[in-house]
Write a protein that binds this ligand. Structure first.
Ligand code: NDP
Length: 249
């Protein structure tokens, strides 16, 4: 069950946090993974830990003009991409009236525009092969309002909409498109933010029915399932992995 044997997965932002855990889980399920990001040393260390079935390419997803080249290089050197995981993402906490146009564009360029551009590039090839799965790492922020994350929320709502539109277009050609919407997941980045703001941590725990934060592997295992043959009838879906966070409080 849930085997990814023989599959090749491209995971953006796979050198840390949730992306790294997705890479670990996919390798355990039999896949080869290619991780990308901007920091080469981090990617090198990650690949050393992930083992012989992991490869890295230094890439900034917001440099849209390089994405075609990136995919071409991966497919030539490693093999055809069966699974695309759009995981790379950034956030910023500011009151809406203090968010500049530059701030807004920076978040939306990374979390939405780059996701579309890379998806389009990979989808062209997947549609020809009539095989592939595309997974977006969205957020519970797409399900309900959270203060001081207006650009992030707008970008993740855009991603959720894109999932439905793309799933409609690709569904007859055996290319599935889904999202995972994580709740509060303990990554290095979120831990630092939570530990420096105990009130925020308390609020986050308070509105998580299960009463504790998720681990990156919780997202990794859901990603394996949604990318596997066992999920072959699932497309256009958004799966919350959030300890009940999105059902109410
Ligand atoms: P991290 O900051 O640990 O990981 C983000 C990764 O994205 C890094 O490896 C970073 O590498 C990469 N990245 C950022 N910008 C770019 C870019 N321009 N080009 C290429 N890579 C980039 O965060 P998380 O693991 O927590 O987040 C992963 C995803 O999960 C994000 O989409 C986030 O929105 C989502 N999410 C996380 C939640 C959480 O609680 N942690 C909750 C809900 C959603 P580098 O800087 O080297 O480029």
């Amino acid at each position: 069950m849930f085997s990814l044997q023989g599959k090749i997965a491209l995971i953006t932002g796979g050198g840390s946090g949730i992306g790294f855990a997705i890479a670990q889980c996919m390798i355990q399920a039999g896949a080869k993974v290619v991780i990308t990001g901007r920091r080469e040393q981090m990617l090198k260390d990650a690949v050393a830990e992930l083992g012989e079935n992991a490869f890295y390419f230094v890439n900034d997803v917001t440099a849209l003009e390089h994405l075609e080249d990136l995919v071409e290089q991966i497919e030539t050197q490693i093999g055809a991409i069966d699974i695309l995981v759009n995981n790379a993402g950034i956030n910023m906490k500011k009151f809406a009236i203090e968010v500049s146009d530059e701030d807004f564009s920076r978040i939306v360029n990374t979390n939405l525009n780059a996701v579309f551009a890379l998806t389009r590039t990979c989808a062209k090839r997947m549609l020809v092969r009539k095989s592939g799965t595309i997974l977006m790492i969205s957020s519970m922020a797409a399900y309900y309002g959270i203060d001081r994350v207006v650009a992030y929320t707008a970008s993740k709502c855009g991603v959720e909409g894109m999932v439905k539109a793309l799933a409609m277009e690709f569904s007859t050609q055996n290319v599935r498109v889904n999202a995972i919407a994580p709740g509060f997941i303990e990554t290095a980045m979120s831990k630092t933010a939570m530990n420096s703001d105990p009130a925020r941590k308390h609020k986050a725990l308070d509105r998580t029915p299960m009463g504790y934060f998720g681990q990156p592997e919780d997202i990794g295992m859901a990603a394996v399932f949604l990318s596997s043959e066992e999920a072959k009838y699932i497309t256009g879906a958004s799966l919350p992995v959030d300890g009940g966070n999105s059902i109410g409080f």
